[in-house]
Design a protein around this ligand. Sequence first.
Ligand code: TYM
Length: 350
Amino acid sequence: SRTYFSGIQPTGVPHLGNYLGALRNWVKLQREAAPHDTLYFSIVGWHALTLPQDRKVLLGAQTDMMALLLAIGLDPKRSIIFHQSQNPNHLELAWYLNCITPVGKLRRMTTWKGRLADSRNANDESEVDDSLLNTGLFTYPVLQAADILLYKATHVPVGEDQQQHIELCRDLAEIFNRQLEADNKTFRATFPLPAPVYTPSKRILSLRDPTSKMSKSSPIEQSRILLTDSPEEIKAKIRRAVTDSVQGITYDPVNRPGTSNLLTILAACENTEPEQVADLYSGKDHGHLKSDVIDAVVEMLRRPREEYERLIQARTYLTEVAQDGLWKAKLQSEQVMRTVRERLGMLATP
Ligand code: TYM
C-alpha cells in the first residue's frame, strides 16, 4: 500500500501555479487511490515562518488554506488534512535529521542559492552576504524531509520545482537507515525512500515576467491568478499578461515564454499538451488565445471559488476537520517517533 504526503505553505491564497502544479493532482490522487492507501495533506505553518510574516495574517491564512483545500475537493473522510504546526513531532524529527545533514548539501539547494543571490552586495556583486538570511531558510529542506519521513510516506505529489527537496529527503532517509543499520545489525531500514509524483502539466510562469515562475511571494499582484479571484479579476489579469509581438501562436517556451505560458495554462485546464493546443491556434492571434484562456480558467475555478466562499463562513466545521486530521496524524507519527527515539538512544517521552 502507498502513503502519500504533501504540503503547502499558508502564505496567502494559492495561485493557479499551485493549483495546476500540485493541488489539483492531490484531488486526483485522492480519487484514484486504492482503499488501503493513506493520504496526508498538511498546511505547513512552520515553513512559512522562514520569511517575515504578520502574526494576524498568518493565523488567518492557515484557516483560509484549510477552507481552500476542502473547497477544491479534498475530503476529510478520505484524506488526513492537518496543520503541521500543531504536531511537534515534525520539529523533533527535523532536529534529528539536521544532525545527519551535510552542510554542503544544503548549500547546493537552488532555493537557498536564490536567496543568496538576492542578498548580494549591491556595490560588489562578488560579495555574497548571508548575514541577513536566517538559519530557518537554510535548513528549510530538512524540515520538509521530516514532514515526509514522519509518516513513512512512499509518494510525494509536488510540482517540479520541489525536485531537489525530494532528492534531499531521499538522501537523508538513506543516511539515517544506513547509519543505524551499521550501528546495530538488528535494525532494519526505518524509512522508505519516498518517490516524487510530479504533476504532468508544466510549471506555470508569472503573467508579468514569464521568465520566472508564478509565485506567492512576488510583490506584483497582477503576476498571479488566485483561486479566489472573481471572473472580472481573472479576465483583467490575463488580458494584461505579457506576451510578444510575434505574429501567430506557436509553442516555443525558450523564445516565446509568455505566449507559451498561456498555452500551458490552457492545456492544463483542458488536460492536453501545450503543443496540441498550439496547433489549434496557428491561424489565430493573442487576442483569441487570451479570450479562450480566460473562459477556461474562469470555468475551472468557478466551483472551488463558490465552495470556498461557503466554507470560510463555517468556522466550527473547519476547526473540527483540523482537529480530526491532527489526531490521526499524531497517532501515526507518534509510532514512528517511538522507533526513531529508541534507535537514536533518546529517552522515551513519558
Ligand atoms: P509551496 O507552498 O511553495 O507550493 C505548493 C505546491 O505548489 C507547487 N507550485 C507550482 N507548481 C507549478 N507552477 C508553479 N508556478 C508553482 N508554484 C508552486 C509546488 O511544487 C508545491 O508542490 N516546500 C513546499 C511545501 C512543503 C512540502 C512538504 C511539500 C513543506 N513540506 C512536504 C511536499 C512534502 C513548498 O514550499 O510548497
